[in-house]
Design a protein around this ligand. Structure first.
Ligand SMILES: *Cc1c(COP(=O)(O)O)cnc(C)c1O
Length: 378
């Protein structure tokens, strides 16, 4: 369902409300069938103009910082969870005003802040501890929280069962873009190592990385795994995906600024891998472009590059049925998650505008300018 995006000023992210709605429908089915709670991880997708729509279905948000917590609290106003590898003393009081669930990365961190939480008269905050089950199936080291000597979560060897007083939940996050068979194998290890502590918990948080809204995702295995943990230990189960909420819901529309040749055809776009799709370089991965194929499959192949002066600001090689012309629009797919939240203004390159499309058409809701650039510097 690609609408006519030719009218938007480029570069521009366009996120489609109906596509978000179809993802939410799948997530809602999981919630209804298992009575679990699903949170939006703002780290992956923080487009707050859609929070009212998302909040109609999901239980709330999870955050990784004070700012994300505040954004979720102010713009969605449902449950606000937080996990950070370490909290700063100077931010903690404010964090407690927004968050109802605080997950700690270590027992020393929990000890440091537990009295503050107990003594806060504002609200009842539930604490959790993140564990590292030392099992993951992620192949890319920078996305693997269980690589050797990882700082993320408490291993069984470091687990302090005599310091669990006041801890309501256990949290693990060991997956990335994975299917439910990975979850099932992970849960086996988690249960074997930490299951004996589950009985005294109120909730278990399965983290993110569940690619629930992908077309080949096996919902039954997820549903059975949640039901198994819920009934065996009498706990609530939380999932906190980011990507699954926004998967395949957004596009980045860009224009061709110039076409040059250096042993092959090169096109320079008004977008940038380094600034506007950093995971293309970091992950790395190759985004799909509507109407384009792999190099050589269509007659005209181009290397698409960004408008920064970083030599490696390359999106990739693509082939097209017709030669590209200056001014042509290219529509990159699946650009809603881990783009806007990771953007930067390297080279002083402006950020893409942000638009929402729905049955009424496409509406640009945010444009950026020099002030946005200048305000981050001094
Ligand atoms: C990144 C992250 C998430 C969200 O992961 P997705 O891959 O976007 O689903 C959830 N929880 C924690 C702790 C994370 O670090």
């Amino acid at each position: 369902m690609i609408k006519n995006y030719n009218s938007v000023p480029t570069p521009c992210y366009v996120v489609d409300r109906d596509l978000i709605k179809s993802n939410l429908k799948v997530l809602d089915q999981v919630q209804k069938e298992t009575d679990c709670k699903i949170l939006l991880a703002l780290k992956g997708f923080s487009m707050f103009s859609l929070f009212p729509q998302i909040g109609q279905v999901l239980a709330g948000i999870t955050s990784s910082s004070l700012f994300e917590a505040r954004l979720g609290y102010e713009e969605m106003g449902k449950e606000v969870h937080i996990y950070s590898p370490a909290y700063q003393e100077k931010e903690f009081d404010e964090i407690m005003t927004y968050c109802d669930h605080i997950v700690f990365n270590s027992f020393p961190q929990y000890q440091k802040f537990k009295d503050k939480i107990k003594n806060n008269s504002n609200k009842n905050i539930e604490c959790g501890i993140r564990i590292n089950p030392e099992y993951s199936e992620i192949k890319t080291a920078i996305y693997d929280p269980c690589y050797e000597n990882s700082r993320l979560g408490v291993t069984l060897a470091q687990f302090k069962e005599d310091e669990l007083e006041g801890i309501h939940g256990i949290h693990f996050h060991t997956m990335c873009e994975q299917n439910s068979d990975t979850l099932a194998r992970t849960i086996e290890v988690v249960e074997e190592k930490f299951g004996k502590y589950f009985h005294q918990m109120k909730w278990i948080n399965f983290g993110g990385g569940h690619h629930i809204t992908r077309s080949d995702y096996e919902l039954d295995t997820l549903i059975n795994t949640i039901k198994h943990i819920k009934s065996k230990y009498n706990v609530q189960v939380y999932l906190e995906p980011g990507e699954a909420i926004a998967l395949n819901t957004g596009f980045l529309v860009a224009s061709v600024l110039d076409i040059i040749t250096n042993n092959m055809n090169l096109a320079i776009l008004d977008t940038s891998a380094a600034c506007h799709m950093p995971d293309v370089i970091e992950m790395p991965y190759r985004p799909e472009i509507i109407g384009a194929k792999k190099p050589g499959e269509h007659q005209y192949t181009y290397r698409l590059g960004g408008m920064t002066c970083l030599a490696g600001d390359i999106i990739g090689d693509y082939s097209f049925e017709e030669p590209l012309k200056i001014g042509d629009k290219l529509i990159f797919c699946d650009m809603a998650h881990y783009t806007m939240v990771k953007n930067n203004m390297f080279n002083g390159v402006n950020l893409p505008s942000i638009a929402i499309s729905d049955a009424d058409g496409v509406q640009v809701i945010r444009e950026f300018n020099f002030e946005d650039y200048r305000n981050r510097l001094s």
